[in-house]
Structure formats: structure tokens, C-alpha cells
Design a binder for this molecule. Structure first.
Ligand SMILES: [Zn+2]
Ligand SMILES: [Zn+2]
Length: 124
């Protein structure tokens, strides 16, 4: 099997700056065992609407294939404390078909890194 990541690996880092503008909603929540992220906006590469969400973990989830979807991931660095930035590594998850995109992967293949402040989950 060919490496499905080849396409986007060549462009790693290229879209980070633009993604900071086009991804309008980037949220990470940490607290009480809840560690999640949510990012919504437009893909910096194809300009289609894209959304990504998942669980923040202590490991980088980029390239994971849970549930057949590869949206990206986020991780908390060792020793992370509230107020510290959280790194998200996301992949375009738009609903459009991109014939030139990586095979078997949703979206156009663009990967981008975003940094956000985590807010603590509120305990009811
Ligand atoms: Zn697209
Ligand atoms: Zn895209």
C-alpha cells in the first residue's frame, strides 16, 4: 500500500499561518477527566468548510485512523498546566471530493497546526 500521507507530508507547515485565520473556532477543554478539542472553519488550502474534534491525549494522534476518519489530533505536552497553549494538528475534513487528494482520506489532504488556549471544563 502506498503511503497515504505522502501528499500532505510534502506540504507540512505550509498552511499553519493561513489556518490561524480561516479556522474561526478553535476550542480545547481540559478538566475533570475531559480532554477534548473542537475546531471549525474553512480549510486554508481548499477553502471548504471543515470541522475537527476529538480527544486530547498525551500523544500525537496525527495519522491515527480510528473509526476510519483521519481528522487530526491534539496533545498536551508533558507538565501541561491550565493556561498553557495546546497544540492541535489537524487535517482537512471537508465533504468535497478532491481527485488530487490522498487516497482513502477525506478532504484535500492539507494538514495544519493550530495553537489554542485550553479552557477548563466547568464542573456542574
Ligand atoms: Zn475541500
Ligand atoms: Zn481542504
Amino acid at each position: 500500500m502506498d503511503s497515504p500521507l505522502q501528499f500532505s507530508d510534502a506540504e507540512l507547515g505550509q498552511w499553519d499561518g493561513q489556518a490561524a485565520q480561516t479556522m474561526t473556532e478553535v476550542v480545547a477543554s481540559v478538566g475533570d477527566g475531559v480532554r477534548s478539542y473542537y475546531a471549525r472553519g474553512r480549510c486554508p488550502r481548499c477553502d471548504h468548510a471543515t470541522v475537527a474534534y476529538g480527544v486530547l491525549d498525551s500523544v500525537v494522534l496525527r495519522g491515527s485512523n480510528a473509526g476510519g476518519a483521519t481528522w487530526g489530533g491534539g496533545h498536551l505536552e508533558a507538565g501541561w498546566v491550565p493556561g498553557r497553549p495546546v497544540q492541535l494538528q489537524l487535517r482537512c475534513n471537508c465533504d468535497h471530493t478532491h481527485p488530487d487528494g490522498p487516497e482513502g482520506i477525506k478532504g484535500c489532504g492539507a494538514e495544519f497546526n493550530l495553537t489554542t488556549q485550553a479552557r477548563q471544563a466547568i464542573t456542574p
